[in-house]
Each structure stands twice: as C-alpha cells, then as structure tokens.
Design a protein around this ligand. Structure first.
Ligand code: MN
Length: 393
C-alpha cells in the first residue's frame, strides 16, 4: 500500500481532484485522478469498470449524484493508503484526450475580446454587433479535430487575401494565432425538444478544461463573411488533459460583470456562474499575457441555456468553449492578434520582436483558481507549430 504525498502548496490537493485518461507506458488507457504529482488508477482503486475505459464519457453520463459520491470516495481513499498497483507518477504516464468529444461549440463571451476583434476586423463600424449583449454569440466547430495538449500543430494552408491583394491565393497561413479559452464538458445529456435552464447547469456540466483555439487569421478574415469561422479554425483545437470538476470550482464562483440591458428571462441566473480563474499564456517559455476569466460577460450556464433554448439536444462529451478570454489591460489579451494589434505592435519574446506564430514556436496556456483549501490548478495545454505540409490541390 502507498500513502500519497501531496507537496506543500500543490495545485492538485484534495480540493481539486481532476480526472483524466492516462496509460502507464505500453498499457491501455484508463481513467485516473490526479493527486499531487501522482495519478491514481480508479478502475483498480475503486474496483469499478466504468473507469476501465479510454474516456470519461461513461462515468460522466452517470450523473450528478454519482459525481458527488465518487469525489467523496476518492478523497477518503487518498487520505489513507492506496493499493500500490493503482499509483503512478504523473511523469511516468502518457496522458490522452480525456473525453470522446461529441459536438464542439465555441462562444465569443469576452466583451473586451469581441470589441478588440470588431475594431480590427471592421474598423469603420461599431465594434460590438447589435446582438452581442442580448445573446452569447457562438458557432459550431469541428469536434473531430480536438486534440490533447502536447499534440503538434501543422501550420494550415488555405485561401487568403490581404486587403491590398486583388485576388485570393492558396498557400500556408501567414497569420497563425492562438485563442486562450476555457472549455466546458457536458456529462448529462438533454433530450431533443427540451431546453436546459441556467439553474440546471451544474447537473449537466461535469467540468472544465483549458482550450487553445488555434486560429488562422488570414484564412478567417477572407472566409468568415457571412457565415462565420470555418477552415480558419477547424484544423486543430487543443485541450488540457485534466478535467477539473465543476464541484471543485465552487470556491471560484464570482458574479459576472453587470449585464445591461438585462438579458431575456431564459438567460437570467439567480446565482451567476462567473468564475475567478487566472490564466497565463507563455510564448516560447516567456509569459506574454495573463487573461482573467472573471471578466467574461456571459457565464457558462448562460451559454448552455442559449445552446439548447431552441430544443437542440446536448450529448455526453459535448465541449463548448468560452471564446478568447481577454481583460481590459493590454497584457490580459488572450490572442496575439489583439496583443500585437493586428501585427502592428510587436511584442518582445526572448529578445525578438514577434507578431504571429513562426514554425517551431511553442505556446503553453495554464490556469489556477481558488479552491476550498488553497489554489487549484488546471495543468496546461501545450502545442508546437510544425511547418505546413501543403495539401494536394
Ligand atoms: Mn475561439
């Protein structure tokens, strides 16, 4: 038997207990929970086959009462001795995509980000569209290209046309960017023809991950009118391997910013799900931004209510992301297009002036939040840019 040591100040104490899918080198993926610098194999430790799977989906589908029960059992278990066969060092295992992603939606919930992008993409118009403060704007993304942290990102190719070019050309993206976001994962589905109320958010959503919504700005700028993002986004979306349960985020709850005009009744919340989560963006090892999630205008409960208000069903494994997290300050912007103001104001990274991503660049997004005892961590979402491999055309 093993007693798990939790280092002083660890972001993975008993008030966090994030779930992931891991494999000790050479064996099959299964569900584990992170405690300190260890991973506990839950199929072994709890003797339950629902965890002997390559995704969290089966467990997430069991519902809120089970999530509460299992979390309490894990806390009790790791306070005592855990069977040796169930404990691995986090550095000794491979981490996988934690969920089978069903549908993927991306919102646009930061007023600071939406205003900045509006100014950059439509300099002669009002930065916010007339609908923006009435509903959480979003689009359907590509679930099949959601990848786990550590997966290399091949620079996309596509059509792009700069404002000073007469016709579009095909070639590699010249304005490759990141979007630092938080993603929410649906555990309990909702039926076709029904809507999920803001009050039922925590009975449907299992937890949260970090998201990097890689964005090809030149492809996006040419293609997005009038139907929104398409190939400029769908080539890859990275998520962190640890799913922080919503149950661990109770201490991080804060009010959302004042919403004016008052949203329609289906978007109102008696206790808003604003979240005080502090993100950090590192570009080749240097921190370039600290986006504050608490600044987000729309809450994740409002996003889910809006996503289902037309009767669209939701499924176990649905992932919906917040949209780029940007605060009011320049060094709180969660995308390089904002940080460098469209490439006109370079930032200094390791002594070099930089605007968009170059081949070989690596971006790491991490986050922490207040937990019940100390701070809790989301881990990180990491990705490195590989040179383009031009598709046959
Ligand atoms: Mn996005």
């Amino acid at each position: 038997m093993t007693t798990i040591d939790i280092p002083e100040g660890s972001l993975f104490g008993l008030d966090n207990l994030p779930y992931g899918v891991f494999s000790p080198r050479g064996s099959a993926p299964r569900v584990g929970v992170r405690v300190g610098d260890s991973v506990v194999d839950l199929a072994v430790a709890l003797d339950d086959d629902v965890f002997a799977r390559s995704s969290l989906n089966a467990f997430m589908a069991q519902g809120y009462d089970r999530w509460v029960e299992v979390r309490a059992r894990i806390a009790e278990l790791v306070r005592g001795d855990v069977p040796d066969a169930a404990v691995f060092g986090v550095s000794e295992v491979d981490l996988h995509l934690p969920v089978d992603v069903a549908d993927y939606v991306d919102f646009y919930a930061s007023e600071h980000h939406a205003s900045n992008l509006g100014r950059l993409f439509r300099p002669d118009a009002e930065p916010l569209m007339p609908n923006w403060k009435h509903l959480p704007v979003g689009y359907h993304g590509r679930a099949g290209t959601v990848v786990v942290s550590g997966t290399d990102i091949v620079r996309p190719c596509g059509q792009r046309k700069a404002p000073d070019e007469a016709v579009p050309t095909y070639g590699e993206c010249r304005r490759l960017d990141i979007e630092a976001e938080l993603g929410f994962i649906v555990g309990v589905p909702s039926e076709l023809g029904t809507a999920v109320s803001t009050e039922d958010f925590s009975r449907h959503v299992f937890g949260a991950v970090l998201v990097n919504d890689w964005s090809a700005r030149d492809i996006q700028a040419w293609e997005y009118v009038p139907l929104g993002p398409f190939l400029g986004k769908s080539f890859a979306t990275s998520i962190s391997p640890w799913v922080v349960p919503l149950l661990a985020l109770e201490s991080a709850r804060v009010p959302t910013p004042e919403q004016s005009p008052t949203p329609l009744p289906y978007l109102r919340e008696s206790e808003p799900w604003g979240l005080d989560i502090a993100l950090s963006v590192e570009w080749n090892g240097q921190e370039v931004s600290r986006p504050p999630y608490r600044e987000m205008y729309w809450s994740p409960a409002q996003m889910l209510a809006h996503m289902t208000v037309n009767g669209a069903s939701s499924r176990t494994g649905d992932l919906y992301a917040s949209g780029t997290i940007s605060g009011p300050e320049k060094d709180q912007r969660g995308a390089f297009i904002e940080l460098t103001w469209g490439g006109k104001e370079p930032v200094t990274v390791n002594g070099e002036e930089r605007t968009f991503l170059q081949d070989g660049d690596e971006v790491v997004i991490s986050a922490t939040a207040p937990g019940a005892e100390g701070r809790i961590g989301f881990g990180e979402v990491r990705g490195r840019i590989l040179p383009a491999t031009e598709a046959k055309r």
